[in-house]
Design a binder for this molecule. Structure first.
Ligand code: ADP
Ligand code: NA
Length: 325
């Protein structure tokens, strides 16, 4: 049986890249598969230091946003990672099967440590092992991820195989479902859109007001050619707008290019802005509504965790027995 697992770090309200690269896919996958788990990865969030009150708020804001986008707890299990203690327990076991040099070679260790200006914590080094545990704890078969997470999934695959070799066939080796959408920064279209981008106007939150969205697109970096075309290598700025337009409307690149015939890039920016404004207007008001009911959001996460635990507990019991506990 197929089982899909995916997670998102609670960093507050998601941006356009998170939505088009991950959450939109989640909404589609919950319709296609009968066993789908989506987790708010609060334990992963601790690898980047933050105030407890901020983390707590971010967990609720991320949950509100995901629900507003159409993730439906009737069609999937949406839960808070730290409420299912088996994640941490399995991570310990898998950590004992993982070479430190393998972890030291993962790009995130270097890049995230540099951005935190310290020598790096054990949590930052080993969180990819926790990711492997998140996936394997449910014997997941498919994991939708963005390109940046492919190397971490490869680690999870290696760990699953290592475990199977040592203790006998147990885990399915999880397959990657790679997201097609890669959204770039509006200010520097050679880098991905990211919440940690310090540049103003580079990142569009899905809860931005229509005015904010229009301003960010008006200021989007393009080039000196006025017509609209799609050529990501030669024209990354305009091509990013075309990609966003296509992803938001559900049209093909060819179809949106047809719509852009006769427009210059300045006019086209406003067409794309309008499509984004339209797409997120109902989501934005739903986010606001959901944010007002904290106890409802907490209950969604707790109910989901209870069901996730029912799946995880028997699998973890078998793992205990296999390793000799
Ligand atoms: P960020 O890069 O803003 O810190 P995360 O690392 O929390 O975002 O990513 C959460 C999910 O959103 C992941 O599945 C990731 O692949 C996806 N994602 C993040 N940024 C983008 C982007 N610019 N384009 C497409 N997908 C993205
Ligand atoms: Na489903």
């Amino acid at each position: 049986m197929d089982r899909i697992f995916s997670g998102i770090q609670p960093t507050g309200t998601p941006h356009l890249g998170n939505y088009l690269g991950a959450i939109q896919n989640w909404v589609n996958l919950q319709e296609e598969c009968s066993s789908v788990l989506y987790s708010i990865m609060d334990m992963h969030s601790l690898t980047v230091p933050k105030e407890p009150a901020v983390l707590r708020q971010n967990i609720l804001d991320t949950t509100a946003a995901i629900l507003a986008c159409g993730v439906d707890p009737k069609k999937c299990l949406l839960f808070q990672q730290s409420l299912v203690s088996e994640h941490a327990q399995l991570a310990w076991i898998l950590g004992c099967l993982t070479n430190v040099p393998r972890l030291l070679r993962l790009p995130q260790w270097k890049t995230k440590r540099a951005s935190q200006n310290n020598e790096g914590t054990a949590g930052l080094l080993t969180y990819p092992v926790l990711q492997a545990a998140d996936i394997l704890l449910y014997k997941s078969t498919h994991v939708p991820v963005g390109e940046d997470q492919v190397v971490h999934l490869e680690l999870a695959q290696d760990i699953a195989q290592h475990f199977n070799k040592k203790y006998g066939e147990f885990f399915p080796v999880p397959k990657t479902i790679l997201s097609a959408n890669k959204i770039k920064s509006l200010r520097d279209p050679t880098v991905k859109m990211s919440k940690s981008d310090p540049q103003k106007l580079a990142t569009v939150s899905i809860a931005d007001s229509p005015d904010e969205i229009a301003l960010k697109f008006r200021k989007a970096v393009t080039d000196f050619t006025s017509e609209v075309s799609y050529d990501p290598a030669a024209r990354p700025g305009v091509s990013n707008l075309v990609s966003i337009h296509a992803a938001v409307t559900g049209l093909s690149i060819k179809e949106v290019l047809h719509q852009a015939l006769g427009l210059d890039t300045a006019q086209y920016k406003m067409v794309v802005a309008e499509s984004v404004i339209q797409k997120f207007a109902p989501i934005r008001s739903e986010i606001k509504k959901l944010q007002e009911d904290k106890s409802h959001l907490m209950k969604v996460l707790e109910d989901g965790a209870e069901k996730a635990k029912e799946l995880a507990a028997p699998i973890y019991q078998e793992i205990r027995r296999l390793v000799g506990f």
